[in-house]
Design a protein around this ligand. Structure first.
Ligand code: CO
Ligand code: ZN
Length: 334
């Protein structure tokens, strides 16, 4: 398994919500040698099928999009006004470096004389400095509606790694490595690299309808509660993949939870149960498609989610891939 390189390559790709094309291209190249079929739908979801030995379809979904900032206005003096795309907090946005798809870079500043209390910072007080001195100069570099992602170094800390966009390139990396390691699945495995999760599970919604699976499993990050002052919760780095019980968008189908936990036992990987009091995942979109589809989720414990320094542990990702390979080999019986 080449989880480290796969994850690093995916984390560095440009793919804010609605602009996932280059991430999809990177994934296409990674999985082409092992895929039986690859298609991209109208939303931009990349749908990769690997045939199994029996009947039925198992959909696995990981979203490709990352949080970003969209240009809403350009000031006379060349500064850009911006709004959040996805769950971006103004406090973690100030002073960050960003990059547009065309390579234009900038840094986020805020109206320092007007903001007395940093906790009350809003997007209307933020701006982006791209080094332009006039509106004309700025508009030569960017347009209204252009979207930037945050940039960061990819930091290898040994067992753990730190980068922007672990949410959810980590889930994508697990799906890629799962596809590469999968043989002799009991049912067709349809890996869907979804779009626009961060604004409301939009890609997974249409993909689940078209794939119409017998069972769905999402892959995403979840908040690790193992740093000083973290909210009380069970999820910890290095304790194996999390089998989701619920988040704010879904209560996972009990038979899917049981099947995933059995797969962990059979694959001899540690796992932990996840109850997340907030958040949403593609699980919900799959579960509520059509007349309803049994659905669950494997989550990866991650610290500092939706920042440019998201931290997770490589072994959790490797074990998640092994768990999913086992689940596909066993197959799901409702
Ligand atoms: Co997210
Ligand atoms: Zn996510």
């Amino acid at each position: 398994m080449d989880m480290r390189n796969t994850l690093k390559t995916l984390c560095q790709a440009y793919g804010p919500t609605g602009n996932e094309g280059s991430v999809a291209q990177v994934i296409r190249e990674m999985v082409a040698p092992v895929a039986d079929e690859m298609t991209t739908d109208a939303m931009g979801n990349l749908i990769v099928t690997k045939k199994g030995r029996g009947q039925g379809r198992l959909m696995m979904a990981a979203h490709m999009d990352e949080i970003g900032l969209m240009v809403t206005y350009v000031e006379e003096d060349g500064f850009l006004r911006i709004d959040a795309v996805g769950g971006v907090r103004p406090q973690t946005t100030a002073f960050r470096q960003i990059r547009f798809e065309n390579g234009v870079t900038g840094v986020v500043g805020y109206e320092s004389a007007k903001v007395k209390n940093f906790a009350e910072l809003t997007f209307s007080r933020l701006f982006v400095d791209i080094g332009a001195s006039s509106r004309e100069e700025a508009l030569e570099k960017v347009s209204i509606g252009d979207i930037a992602h945050f940039t960061s170094d990819y930091v290898d800390m040994g067992r753990r790694v730190c980068s922007k966009s672990m949410d959810n390139r980590a889930g994508c990396a697990v799906l890629v490595e799962m596809l590469k390691g999968l043989e002799d699945a009991a049912m067709d495995v349809v890996a869907v690299f979804t779009v626009q999760e961060e604004v409301g599970l939009r890609g997974a919604k249409t993909a689940a309808w078209s794939v119409n699976p017998d069972v769905g499993v999402a892959l995403d990050v979840t908040s690790a509660a193992d740093h000083p002052g973290a909210p009380t919760a069970a999820m910890k780095l290095g304790q194996g993949p999390c089998v989701k019980i619920k988040d704010a968008s879904v209560i996972c189908t009990p038979s899917v939870v049981a099947w995933l936990e059995q797969a962990a036992r059979d694959a001899q990987v540690p796992w932990q149960r996840e109850v997340l009091t907030a958040g949403g995942t593609d699980t919900a979109a799959m579960q509520m498609t059509g007349a309803g589809i049994p659905a669950g989720c494997i989550s990866l414990a991650t610290r500092y989610i939706h920042s440019q320094g998201e931290v997770l542990q490589i072994s959790d990702l490797e074990q998640a891939a092994l768990l999913l390979i086992q689940a596909a080999k066993t197959g799901y019986n409702s």
